[in-house]
Design a protein around this ligand. Structure first.
Ligand code: MN
Length: 244
């Protein structure tokens, strides 16, 4: 994750440098551009139309470009007076929220949680995502009763989330899986755990197409999961290198 953060910093700095060179007015800046905006939304690696008809393009666009961006914008605002929230890996900050200054703790919980959740979400989705296989499939069969029972239980848990939240599969560093839900933008990292995968059950994730029919969205969402990416996360979890 730290190398990803560095790449994002470099990218942000480059973008800002290009932007700074173009306008007619040059503003004196007290801090470098990268320090001013240390957080950024990772770009999607597939088009917003990739999941039609299961997730419509407009939902993807608003979800990624507006909702996720809002969490990142809020974080960059917090980071202006609290640069330390950007200096440590995200898992370290989220795993130790009590160390965050009380004045911004709830904001960091919500917005860094949101940034972590959505970064994972875009990563574990993808077109032509295949089927679970190898070690992940074996773990699903061992811990979650097989693929059919797993998806039924996961959908049911997601359906039971009252209000906004997430349904996750958590993974321990010895590879054990469990279905868990969290309210709001909480993430298992906050309890010293890790998400192998997760689905967003905030209304903004599905309302344009599904309105009140969250169970239909939960069912259709499986068509968007990239099992290769999930397999890579599983391997990383067992190696102790899984980030957000
Ligand atoms: Mn969301």
């Amino acid at each position: 994750m730290s190398s990803l953060s560095r790449r994002q910093l470099v990218l942000a700095a480059t973008t800002a440098a290009v932007a700074a060179a173009a306008p007619r007015f040059v503003f004196a800046q007290a801090t470098s551009p990268s320090a001013a905006a240390p957080f950024s939304v990772p770009p999607l690696t597939y088009p917003t139309t990739a999941f039609e008809p299961h997730i419509d393009a407009k939902t993807m666009e608003i979800h990624h470009d507006k909702h996720h961006q809002a969490y990142v914008t809020n974080l960059n605002n917090f980071a202006k007076d609290n640069p330390q929230i950007a200096e440590k890996p995200i898992v370290e900050v989220l795993g130790n929220l009590n160390n965050v200054s009380e004045s911004i703790r709830t904001g960091v919980r919500n917005n860094l949680g949101g940034h972590a959740n959505h970064t994972m979400f875009w990563q574990i989705m993808g077109p032509n995502g295949g089927k679970p296989d190898g070690e992940v499939l074996a773990a699903i069969e061992r811990d979650l009763g097989g693929i059919e029972k797993f998806q039924t239980d996961f959908n049911a848990a997601g359906g039971r989330v009252f209000g906004s939240g997430w349904v996750f599969v958590t993974v321990t560093n010895d590879g054990k899986l469990a279905i868990e839900t969290r309210p709001n933008q909480d993430n298992p990292i906050m309890d010293g755990k890790r998400a192998l995968l997760g689905n967003d059950v905030w209304e903004h994730a599905y309302y344009l197409t599904y309105q009140n029919r969250r169970p239909d969205y939960l069912k259709a969402w499986w068509n968007t999961v990239n099992w290769t990416a999930v397999g890579e996360r599983y391997a990383a979890a067992k190696a102790g290198t899984l980030g957000v």
